[in-house]
Design a binder for this molecule. Structure first.
Ligand code: PHE
Length: 342
């Protein structure tokens, strides 16, 4: 009778023991038989009570044998399943060192940023403080306070994107001059970099571009100070020996106003393609701050004078790096940006 049950247990184990592929499910199966309390083998022991005393030792031996067999069989199987599991895990986590690595592109600073940084270095070196204005301005700061009232013909010089009747995308960083002078009294020496917007679009103009504005106001500031500063600036950005010259021009917010040329750094002034044979290249607009502008900001024009200048960052970048179409600066092609170095 008990032999039959033992035989049944053995074949139940044998039937399935090879079929497990995880040590967890094998363990669950093992519990059916080897659990100390409810396992089928432990149950056999309980049956001993009904067996005559003299047969008990023999029977105990048989039960013990099957118990030892089962333990050994499960242990052996457990080892096999664990080995398979480990192999699977290793395979899943394997790193194929022959696989080509993912390419990590190293970026480069945009030529605009390089020039902007260079200009900021040059001017902060001369004691200018940075003031960043706002890109959306109202009509007053961008035009009226800069001595360009409504219907002034000079408004035509800068085709404007209006956001509403009153607000617009600033057409010039000069708008920042007014904010600075309203909030700070002389001495003033600021540099204001930032984006400006004009409805203008060709090989050398873009609807959005960057300017760098400078403003110096103090007692006794004259055109000589402007000229001296421009000489230093030109040599630092374009190279030693580069000269500047001032040509009369017109801006409503400066009087007198000048257009600033630098001697051609490509041909040394002899005349070449870059300077169109003239030996000179126009780089920025400047002038002495118009007394009306000072008055508009509550600064006494009889006591204080000042100069201002404004330049296009893209224009400087194009001149310096020999870029002939402004669009290439805004196409976000990393191959383009990578060509330029400090
Ligand atoms: N704001 C002028 C422009 O955008 C440049 C400028 C600035 C001229 C300061 C004179 C003084 O064209």
């Amino acid at each position: 009778m008990i032999e039959n049950t033992i035989q049944k247990i053995r074949s139940e184990i044998e039937d399935r023991i090879e079929s497990f592929d995880s040590s967890k499910s094998l363990y669950e199966f093992r519990k059916d038989f080897l659990d100390n309390k409810d396992g089928k083998i432990a149950q056999l022991m309980k049956n001993m009570r009904d067996v005559p005393k003299e047969e008990r030792p023999a029977m105990g031996k048989v039960i013990n044998e099957v118990k030892q067999w089962a333990i050994a069989r499960f242990d052996e199987m457990d080892k096999r399943v664990k080995a398979i599991e480990l192999e699977k895990k290793n395979k899943a986590e394997a790193v194929d060192v022959t696989m080509p690595a993912e390419k990590n592109e190293i970026g480069a600073l945009h030529p605009d940023t390089l020039i902007e940084n260079e200009l900021i270095d040059i001017f902060t070196g001369m004691g200018f403080e940075i003031y960043e204005g706002r890109e959306i301005e109202n009509d007053y700061y961008n035009f009226t306070a800069l001595n360009t009232p409504k219907d002034h013909p000079a408004r035509d010089m800068q085709d404007t994107f209006y956001v509403s009747d009153e607000f617009l995308l600033r057409t010039q960083t000069s708008a920042g001059q007014i904010h600075v002078m309203e909030n700070k009294k002389p001495p003033i020496k600021i540099l204001s970099p930032g984006k400006v917007f004009r409805s203008d679009d060709d090989a050398t103009h873009s609807p959005m571009f960057s300017q760098m504005e400078g403003l110096v106001v103090d007692e006794g500031i004259s055109v000589c100070d402007l000229q001296g500063m421009l000489n230093t600036f030109s040599e630092r950005i374009f190279g030693e020996g580069v000269k500047t010259r001032l040509r009369p021009s017109y801006f409503p917010f400066t009087e007198p106003s000048v257009e600033v040329d630098v001697s051609c750094f490509e041909c040394g002034g002899k005349g070449c393609k870059l300077c169109k044979g003239t030996g000179w290249i126009e780089v920025l607009g400047a002038g002495m701050v118009n007394r009306h502008v000072l008055e508009n900001c509550g600064i006494d024009p009889d006591k204080y004078t000042g100069f201002a200048f404004g330049m296009g960052v893209e224009r400087i970048a194009m001149l310096k790096y020999g870029i002939n179409n402004i669009k290439t600066l805004f196409e976000s092609d990393t191959r383009f940006a990578k060509q330029f170095k400090d």
